[in-house]
Design a binder for this molecule. Structure first.
Ligand code: ZN
Ligand code: ZN
Length: 412
């Protein structure tokens, strides 16, 4: 098994990067970990790395696709409005007491595609409501947290439909390990260098204080006004508990908050958008004063309309992110059907909720102040890709100067 993509050596490297780079877990700190049951070989290695790093208690919480499906097949209807509040209260309590949080993704992205959409949306809403107290501590960046991926079999078959099962899983494992930058001699040092490059780009963008970004490319001529007092972020960032961590493994983006009222022009998606079991392709959207006034898709038009109809904020932007076309994920040419990877393949914008940390002094701002500075709010946050090797980006200063930011998809 030594040369297999799922060999113990590579899993050990991923576990080490997850604990040391993703979390930067501190001696004595507890860890709450959620993971698909199939990822147990990785979880065991993460637990070992965590305890070696001095972890207090490591608590893994496993979920299983078959158990989820059993609920949809046989569960009583009334229970679809319920969620395990007790569990989420416990998670919130653990984070409140200083535990770090790790999430491993890797389930079948189309798991619920064939289920009753009414039940799916009721269960999703019940879960989101119950999870809110715990999610707020993550969203407010109270603690160090990270998300990484396990190459689940059904997910692998979605990404590589033409390969046999085992080959598909090995191909996805290869793609995940390459994108997660763990294949070098010293992955922890490679991550430090990568993170420093992202920090350098954020600092350059923050130094320019652009009023807007102008994207041009095939089917795209879009001006994205940036929020007042916006701040660019990328790579490692410091949680409110003072611990610097990398919330996403992999990560290639530098990102900030657009102004909810200052987006104009039209934009074409450069990749399909995988959303809750549906694929939306050929998205073309026109904005006026920050709001989507026209939206078309060559496939999944209804899903797109439903998405932007969620609430008023779903028609406006909450994030703009820059990713070079030379990023390893872009170069793989794959559609992962998973935001953790797909949003790191190309420059993107997100419909919906903005991040409070993407404002100068964001931690101290009230929701009203964030809104006054142009921050959008919504129940959704959905990223879609608008960058490619054919897209240019200019920064526009308040004084009307134009500074090249990206040319043909690369940093200018
Ligand atoms: Zn993003
Ligand atoms: Zn996003």
């Amino acid at each position: 098994m030594q040369n297999s993509p799922l060999s113990s050596d590579r899993l050990d490297r991923l576990a080490r990067v997850a604990v040391q780079v993703g979390l930067n877990l501190q001696p004595g700190q507890d860890l709450v970990l959620t993971a698909p049951l199939a990822s147990a070989p990785l979880v065991r290695r993460i637990a070992a790395e965590a305890y070696k790093a001095g972890a207090g208690l490591v608590t893994p919480l496993f979920a299983d696709e078959e158990v989820t499906l059993a609920r949809y097949r046989h569960g009583q209807d009334a229970a679809f409005d319920r969620a395990p509040d007790w569990l989420y209260r416990g998670m919130a309590e653990a984070y409140g007491a200083g535990a770090a949080r790790m999430a491993i993704v890797g389930d079948n992205p189309m798991l619920l595609a064939g289920q009753d959409p009414g039940k799916v949306s009721r269960a999703t809403r019940a879960n989101a409501t119950a999870y809110k107290p715990a999610l707020e501590k993550i969203a407010n960046f109270d603690i160090n947290w990270t998300v990484l991926a396990w190459p689940g079999l059904a997910w692998a078959q979605q990404v590589f439909p033409d390969l046999p099962e085992a080959a598909a899983q090995e191909a996805l494992a290869d793609a995940i390990f390459a994108a997660s930058r763990i294949d070098g001699d010293d992955p922890v040092a490679d991550w430090a260098a990568h993170s420093a490059r992202l920090a350098e780009r954020s600092a350059w963008l923050n130094g320019h204080r652009f009023a807007a970004l102008h994207f041009t490319g095939p089917g795209t001529d879009l001006t994205v006004g940036l929020a007042d007092g916006h701040e660019w972020h990328g790579g490692a960032s410091t949680a409110r508990n003072g611990i610097s961590c990398n919330p996403n493994l992999p990560t290639e983006e530098v990102f900030t908050t657009p102004h909810a009222l200052r987006v104009d022009g039209h934009v074409s998606a450069t990749k399909p958008l995988s959303h809750q079991g549906s694929l939306i392709e050929g998205i073309r959207v026109r904005f006026e004063a920050g709001r989507i006034v026209e939206a078309q898709a060559s496939r999944g038009q209804e899903v797109l309309q439903k998405l932007i109809g969620t609430d008023e904020g779903a028609r406006r932007l909450g994030e703009v992110a820059l990713v070079p076309h030379s990023s390893p994920i872009a170069q793989s040419g794959l559609l992962f059907y998973n935001t953790l990877f797909d949003e790191n393949a190309a420059s993107h914008i997100a419909l919906g909720q903005c991040y409070s940390k993407c404002f100068v002094g964001g931690a101290g701002l009230t929701p009203e102040q964030i809104a006054a500075q142009g921050g959008n709010s919504s129940l959704i946050h959905v990223d879609w890709m608008i960058g490619s090797g054919q897209v240019d980006v200019d920064g526009l200063t308040a004084g009307g100067d134009r500074v090249p930011v990206m040319r043909a998809g690369e940093w200018a």
